[in-house]
Ligand binder design. Structure first.
Ligand code: HSE
Length: 438
C-alpha cells in the first residue's frame, strides 16, 4: 500500500510558505496520524530566487507549473497562486491528469466553481477548498459534513478580516477610513487590490461559496446584493454606538420558504449579539440549522499559518481517501453534481429588514415632518429619531431607525426624500439586524 503521498504546490507566496513551514514543523505528527508521509515533491512559482525564510531541498523549486501537472508521481496539487488565470487552467489540467486538488482560491471558485467541480466529479477527483472561506475556520467541513442532517435556516458571517479590522479600529480607537485601511494593508491580510476587501468583493466570493454548500446549488455573483464599507463614516459609527449597535460587514443567507435571501452589506447589530464581539481581523460564522440550532465558529480568517492549517487539513482528508483507494466520498457541493441547480434567490427588492437612515437636512421648522410624511406614505414606520446640534444655514444630521420595512419601499422613499429642497446630499442607509425591532 502507498505510504508516501506526493504533493505539488503551485504558488510560493504567503500561504504557500506557510504550507512548507507547517509540513516542516508538524510533518511527523501528521505522518503519525495519517499513517503515511506527505512529501512536498515540487513547488512552482515564477519567482524561485526570493528568500521566504524557509529552506527547501534542492530540485524542489521550479518555475514551470507543468513540472507538477505532468508529473505522474504527484498525487495532490495545491493551488495557492490566486487569481482566475492561469489558476483555472492549471486546476483543470491537474484534474485531467487525475490529480486531486486543494485550493484557497475563493475568487476562482465563486466565478468558475461550477466548471471545476463538474470536471472533478466526472473524473472522480477530490477538490478541497476549506481555506477559501474563513481561513483556518472549518466552516466548509461543518456545513458539508457535520451539519449534513440539517436544513440551514440562516448564516450570518464576518468573512473579510480587512473590513472587520477597519470597522473595529474606527469604532474602538477612532481614526479615518483611509488611515486605518493603510494600517490593515501593512499587516498583510488585505488583498493585493484592497478594493476587493473594502467594496465587499472578497466577502461576496465567500458568501457565494457558502450559499452553494448550504443550499445545494449554484449562484451567480451578479445576482447577489453587495455593498462594501467604504461609505461608512466616523459619524455613522458614533450614531451606531449611541443606538446600541456595532457596524459589521455581514454576509447573510436566510431561508425564506423555498427562496434564499442572500446579501452582503454593512449591518448594525446589537452590542449583545455574538457577532458584535468579533473584532480586529477575526472572522466568524453564526449558522442556524433546523436541528442543531445555533452553531458559532470563530478564528483567523487569513494569515500564513492559520490558512496553511486549513490547506493541510484538506490534504490529509484527501490523502486518507487515497490510502483507502477511494475518492469523491463527499461531493464538493454536498449534492451529487448532477443534482446541482440554480439557487432560487429572493429578489433584493423584496427583502424586509430594519433600517438606519442619516439624512443631511436643513435645520428648519417642518423638515422632520416632511421626511416622516414620505416615509409613512411608503409604509415605513419610524422606531427612533436623533437630531443634534443646530445650524442656521448648513445641514444637520437627522438619524432615524425603522421597524421592519421592505427594501423596495425604502428605495422609493429615499429617492423622494433626496429630491426635497431641504435635504442636502444623498441619505446614508445602513441595514439593521435586530430581533427586538420587529
Ligand atoms: N483579504 C482577505 C481578508 C484575506 O481580509 O479577509 C482572506 O481571504
Amino acid at each position: 500500500m502507498k505510504r508516501v503521498i506526493n504533493l505539488g504546490l503551485i504558488g510560493f507566496g504567503t500561504i504557500g510558505t506557510g504550507v512548507v513551514r507547517l509540513l516542516q514543523a508538524n510533518g511527523e505528527l501528521i505522518a503519525e496520524r495519517l499513517g503515511a508521509k506527505l512529501n512536498l515533491k515540487r513547488i512552482a512559482d515564477l519567482d524561485i530566487v526570493r528568500s521566504r525564510g524557509v529552506s527547501v531541498p534542492e530540485g524542489v523549486l521550479t518555475t514551470r507549473a507543468d513540472d507538477i501537472l505532468n508529473d505522474p508521481e504527484i498525487d495532490i496539487v495545491i493551488e495557492l497562486m490566486g487569481g482566475y488565470e492561469p489558476a483555472r487552467t492549471f486546476i483543470l489540467k491537474a484534474i485531467d491528469n487525475n490529480k486531486h486538488v486543494c485550493t484557497a482560491n475563493k475568487a476562482l471558485l465563486a466565478a468558475h466553481g461550477d466548471e471545476l467541480f463538474k470536471s472533478a466529479n466526472k473524473k472522480g477527483i477530490n477538490i478541497g477548498f476549506e481555506a477559501s472561506v474563513g481561513g483556518t475556520i472549518p466552516v466548509i467541513k461543518t456545513i458539508k459534513e457535520s451539519l449534513i442532517a440539517n436544513r440551514i435556516e440562516s448564516i450570518a458571517a464576518i468573512v473579510n478580516g480587512t473590513s472587520n479590522y477597519i470597522l473595529s479600529k474606527m469604532t474602538d480607537e477612532g481614526g479615518s477610513f483611509q488611515d486605518v485601511l493603510k494600517e490593515a494593508q501593512s499587516l498583510g491580510f488585505a488583498e493585493a487590490d484592497p478594493t476587493f476587501d473594502i467594496e465587499g468583493i472578497d466577502a461576496l466570493h465567500k458568501l457565494a461559496i457558502l450559499l452553494s454548500l448550504s443550499y445545494g446549488g449554484k449562484v451567480h455573483l451578479n445576482d447577489l446584493h453587495r455593498e462594501g464599507i467604504s461609505t461608512i463614516t466616523e459619524q455613522d459609527i458614533a450614531f451606531a454606538k449611541e443606538l446600541g449597535y456595532r457596524i459589521k460587514l455581514l454576509a447573510l443567507a436566510i431561508r425564506r420558504g423555498r427562496k434564499i435571501e442572500a446579501r452582503l452589506h454593512p449591518t448594525m447589530i446589537p452590542l449583545d449579539h455574538i457577532l458584535a464581539n468579533v473584532n480586529s481581523n477575526f472572522n466568524a460564522f453564526h449558522i442556524i440549522g433546523n436541528a442543531s440550532d445555533s452553531v458559532f465558529l470563530y478564528g483567523q480568517g487569513a494569515g500564513m499559518m492559520p490558512t496553511a492549517s486549513a490547506v493541510l487539513g484538506d490534504v490529509v482528508d484527501i490523502s486518507r481517501d487515497l490510502l483507502k483507494g477511494i475518492a469523491g466520498r463527499v461531493p464538493p457541493r454536498v449534492l451529487d453534481e448532477e443534482k446541482i441547480q440554480e439557487i432560487a434567490l429572493l429578489p433584493f427588492a423584496d427583502v424586509t429588514t430594519n433600517y438606519y437612515f442619516r439624512f443631511s437636512a436643513v435645520d428648519r421648522p417642518g423638515v422632520l415632518s416632511r421626511i416622516a410624511g414620505i416615509l409613512g406614505k411608503n409604509n415605513i414606520s419610524i422606531a427612533a429619531v436623533i437630531q443634534k446640534g443646530r445650524k442656521e444655514n448648513g445641514a444637520v444630521p437627522i438619524v432615524m431607525t425603522t421597524y421592519k420595512a421592505r427594501e423596495r419601499d425604502v428605495q422609493k422613499a429615499l429617492g423622494q426624500i433626496d429630491r426635497l429642497d431641504v435635504v442636502m446630499g444623498k441619505t446614508m442607509l445602513i441595514r439593521i439586524e435586530d430581533k427586538k425591532l420587529s
